[in-house]
Structure formats: structure tokens, C-alpha cells
Ligand binder design. Structure first.
Ligand code: HEM
Length: 495
């Protein structure tokens, strides 16, 4: 928890000038010392700045670990807890706040338009999710072939899942027929690199001019990443536009892609008269596409990898799950897969890929019994809620049965609105107005891939490769030691 660093307690004008001077001096000093020294580099800008009390990008933060307090704030007092910090995403940073994506846009009509478009248009149960079924089937069959081809050695599960999920999300994003394999691979590499370095761009979210001066290399890297995304995404957006124009008659039968919905969308123009609407511009489209590909791939991938790792460690859970899925398939898909859902819930409880959610206070509030000043960031830990020993029995153990009838988590729901807010034991998708709009899409894909991967293959530890559940807290929480497994194709019995 960072409390009121130097940058937040002095008048902004004095501060900017002082910081600018310190920044230039510090830059020169560090360069001089590093050039003069014949020893390996021991001084860096961060350490010098921190000693001077300057932490660019830091905002005073209050951390909330208690689920009841979190729900009270996020759900019951949503009016005060609806915004994330301004300038918190690459698109917003690079455009100096002019361009917004769903994650960063302040609560209001622009947010409503962007969010409704994703959850009600792109993820419409029939137009979006159901019509994307062929994309899902293709991605699964390519993944199964990839796993089978590698089954003689330790399978790098993360890598295989990444390729399959990114290809699937690129198809649901840009639509059928406009993305070829080579371009998907280039986009995957660019997006993976972008997410890897994204947390380091936080320094630009406050005092951007000073930060740009101090971290010029990092700024250039950010600009380079965005250019690369524009080079890759804009031609596909144009191709889809053209495809829609020429294939207008048959287009009604095709799946609605996210880009289709963005091309149709009109957002408030924020001008005068107040009710004017406008189309999205190129910068906004690139930002929204990047948000979609990043969120839809990284989260689902993390959940699948954590779940498979736990199944490798727990052959008993694995064979029970396989038995349930095969029985349901044998019954023509009529039977429900309660245990499958329980396994996914247990994985989300223990390993939420997004470990915390943030809200930025636009006025003074009290959270629990803690007064929180305007301008503060409130950080709600989702990880702590799911692992709270006061709520869960043996919280560190992987026990899907806790979500089965009679278990302590039997009634737990993931959608947390006012009705469900009485019994909140986990909230991996957040809560309140800004709860994740991709929940349905994510659960559909996690269960689809898990059910198929578990019936097509047996999952074992690979000799000499320990399954280690240590977490890597990057942009998403993933496995610090990516899963390497022995994946054995199963010979399915003929019905
Ligand atoms: C297992 C999968 C996923 C998990 C655990 C997850 C988790 C989260 C969490 C915790 C938040 C913040 C909620 C809050 O502040 O209260 C969030 C927001 C968001 N998620 Fe997800 N997510 C997942 C999948 C997806 C998918 C598939 C998409 C689709 C593109 C997506 C798009 C978004 C967006 C756009 C937001 C910002 C919503 C807003 O500010 O209104 N997520 N997600």
C-alpha cells in the first residue's frame, strides 16, 4: 500500500517544475555515473528517484481484503465506485486521454455504448456466441492435433493453448475469411509482447511529460507497440469493411464478429448539441480490438492452464471429471455437467487470473470504517476473498466438491448484483457496474476446451518436470513455471 507520495502532496505547478528539474538532473547523473563506472551497472533511475521520494505512476492506494466491505462498496454504493484511474491503459496513455477503451472509459454514456456493444451485440447468445461455434470447433481440432503431435515429449501446454485461443479470438474478432495463419501468428507475437511490457507503462499515467523525458526508451517502446498493432489490425478492419460491402446479401447468415459491431456502433460525440452520435475512429478501433484480444485470450488461457495443472496433480479429480463428461456425451448432451462446473469454479477461486480490481475515488468516501480521500485508488483483492480461511475450509486445497450439492460453495454465483450480494465468497469477475462483460464467453470456452481436452487426452506429470503452482503476477496471474505435461491421446471407445 502506497500512501501519499511526494508527487501528490504539493501544488501541481510547483511540482511539475521541480520534478522536471530533478528528472533532468537525475537522468544526466545516472548517465554520467554509468558511463564513468567501469563496474557493472549498479545505479538505475528508479532507485535514485525513489530515494528522492518520486514515484511516477503511483497513486495513493487503499487496499481492501474483506469481501463484505468490497461488495458493499462495489455493488451497493456503485455510484461512488464506478471509475478506474484515468490514464490506466496504453490507448489512453498514448492518446493523452483522448481515446478510450471499455476498461478505461469513465462511467457515463460513452461507457454504456461501448460496453453494451460488447455484451449485447458481440456476445449475443445467438448472433455472437452460437454462430461462433465453427470457430471453436476448428480451434479445438487444431489444438488436439498439435498436442497429439507433441505427445512424445514434454508438452508446453501454455504455448499450445495460447496459439489455439488466440486464433479463435482473432476469428471471433475480425470474422471469418479475413485472417490468414501467418498474420494470426504475427498478431499473437505482437499482442504477447505488448501484454508483457504493459505493466511497465504505468509510469506514464501521472505526470506524463516528465515521465516521457525520464523513460524515453520505454515511451518509444510503447509507441512502437501501438504502431505495430495499427499495421496489423487496420488492414483487417478495412478488409472486413470491404467484405461486408460486397457480401451484403449473404452477410446476414454469417457470424457477427466484434469488428462488425464496432463498425456499426455509434458513440456519443460529447459535443454540442449533447445528443450527437459519431462513428469510432481508427485509434479507438485499434484500442478496442487490442483490449478484446488481450482480455479474451489471456484470462481463459490462464484458467485452463491452472486447471490442467491441478488435474495433473489430482488424477482422481481428472478421472471423475472425464467420467462425467463422457456420460453426458453418451446421453446426447442432455445430462448436466455439475462436476465440470465445480472444477472450473474451484480453479477460479484459487487462481483468479485478474487478482484485484481498482476504483478511483472522485470524492471522499468511507470504505468499511476507513476514510478514503478523493483522488485515492481503492484496490479490492479478489485473490484474498477466494482464499479467505474464515470463509473457506482448507482454502489452499483443490477441492471441487465444495461446489457440489451440500458443499460450502454450493450456492455461490459469479454474477454479483444486489440480490446475490448477501453471500459473496469469491468474485473472480469483479462486482458491480464494472463486472467483467466477458464472463459468459469465458465460461463457455473454458468448459468447452476443458471437457474436450480431458476426454481426448490423459494428463500426467512429465518425468523430471515438477508441476509447480507458484504464481507469476504479470498482467494476468499465470503459472510462474509454465505447465509441462505428458499428454497421452486416448483411444475412444466406439459407442
Ligand atoms: C476467466 C476469464 C475472465 C476473468 C476471470 C475476467 C476478470 C475480469 C475482472 C476481475 C474485471 C474487472 C471487474 C471489476 O472491475 O469489477 C474484468 C473486466 C473486464 N473484462 Fe474480463 N475477465 C475474463 C474474461 C474476459 C473476456 C473473455 C473478455 C472479452 C473480451 C473480457 C473483457 C473485459 C472487459 C472489457 C472488462 C472491463 C469492463 C468495464 O470496465 O466495464 N474479460 N474482467
Amino acid at each position: 500500500m502506497e500512501e501519499g507520495s511526494f508527487l501528490h502532496v504539493t501544488s501541481p505547478l510547483v511540482l511539475s517544475v521541480t520534478t522536471l528539474i530533478i528528472a533532468v538532473l537525475c537522468n544526466n547523473l545516472v548517465r554520467h555515473l554509468n558511463n564513468a563506472s567501469k563496474w557493472p551497472l549498479i545505479i538505475n533511475k528508479e532507485s535514485v528517484l525513489r530515494r528522492l521520494g518520486i514515484r511516477l505512476g503511483d497513486i495513493p492506494t487503499t487496499v481492501i481484503l474483506d469481501s463484505a466491505v468490497a461488495v458493499d462498496a462495489l455493488v451497493r454504493r456503485a455510484d461512488a465506485f464506478s471509475d478506474r484511474p484515468a490514464g490506466g491503459g496504453a490507448t489512453t496513455i498514448i492518446s493523452n486521454g483522448r481515446l478510450q477503451i471499455i476498461t478505461t472509459v469513465p462511467y457515463g454514456p460513452h461507457w454504456v455504448a461501448l460496453r453494451r456493444n460488447l455484451s449485447s451485440e458481440a456476445f449475443h447468445p445467438v448472433r455472437g456466441l452460437a454462430r461462433a461455434a465453427p470457430h471453436r470447433a476448428r480451434a479445438l481440432s487444431a489444438l488436439a492435433a498439435d498436442l497429439a503431435a507433441r505427445s512424445a515429449s514434454a508438452v508446453p501446454v501454455h504455448e499450445c493453448l495460447y496459439t489455439a485461443l488466440f486464433t479463435l479470438n482473432a476469428a471471433t474478432c475480425f470474422g471469418d475469411g479475413v485472417v490468414d495463419g501467418e498474420r494470426v501468428e504475427a498478431m499473437r507475437a505482437a499482442q504477447q509482447e505488448f501484454l508483457r511490457i504493459l505493466p511497465s507503462f504505468r509510469v506514464f499515467s501521472t505526470f506524463q511529460k516528465v515521465a516521457k523525458l525520464l523513460y524515453r526508451d520505454r515511451w518509444n517502446q510503447l509507441v512502437h507497440c501501438r504502431r505495430r498493432q495499427e499495421e496489423l489490425y487496420l488492414p483487417l478492419i478495412r478488409a472486413r469493411q470491404e467484405w461486408r460491402r460486397t457480401r451484403a446479401k449473404t452477410a446476414a447468415a454469417a457470424a457477427t464478429s466484434y469488428v462488425d459491431t464496432l463498425l456499426d456502433l455509434e458513440v456519443p460525440d460529447g459535443g454540442n448539441p449533447p445528443h450527437g452520435r459519431r462513428k469510432l475512429n481508427d485509434g479507438e478501433m485499434v484500442g478496442l480490438v487490442s483490449e478484446y484480444l488481450g482480455a479474451a485470450t489471456g484470462t481463459v488461457l490462464a484458467v485452463l492452464e491452472w486447471t490442467l495443472a491441478n488435474l495433473v496433480l489430482r488424477p482422481d479429480v481428472q478421472s471423475r471429471l472425464r467420467g462425467e463428461v463422457e456420460a453426458a456425451a453418451g446421453a446426447g448432451g442432455e445430462a448436466s455437467c455439475a462436476y465440470l462446473r465445480a472444477v472450473v469454479m474451484e480453479s477460479l477461486r484459487q487462481h483468479p487470473p485478474v487478482p484485484s480490481v481498482q476504483r478511483h475515488m472522485s470524492r471522499d468516501v468511507v470504505v468499511g470504517s476507513t476514510p478514503v480521500a478523493r483522488g485515492t485508488l481503492v484496490n479490492f483483492s479478489l485473490e484474498e476473498v477466494g482464499r479467505d480461511g474464515k470463509i473457506w475450509m482448507s482454502p489452499k486445497e483443490f477441492i471441487p466438491d465444495r461446489f457440489m450439492p451440500g458443499g460450502e460453495g454450493e450456492d455461490v454465483r459469479l454474477t454479483i448484483g444486489t440480490k446475490e450480494a448477501t453471500k459473496v465468497m469469491m468474485m473472480p469477475f469483479g462486482a458491480g457496474r464494472r463486472i467483467c462483460p466477458g464472463m459468459g464467453y469465458a465460461i463457455l470456452h473454458i468448459e468447452y476446451f476443458l471437457a474436450n481436452l480431458i476426454t481426448a487426452f490423459e494428463w500426467h506429470p512429465f518425468e523430471g518436470e515438477e508441476v509447480n503452482l507458484k504464481a507469476d503476477h504479470g498482467f494476468f496471474t499465470t503459472m510462474f513455471h509454465p505447465l509441462q505435461a505428458r499428454v497421452v491421446p486416448r483411444v475412444r471407445r466406439q459407442p
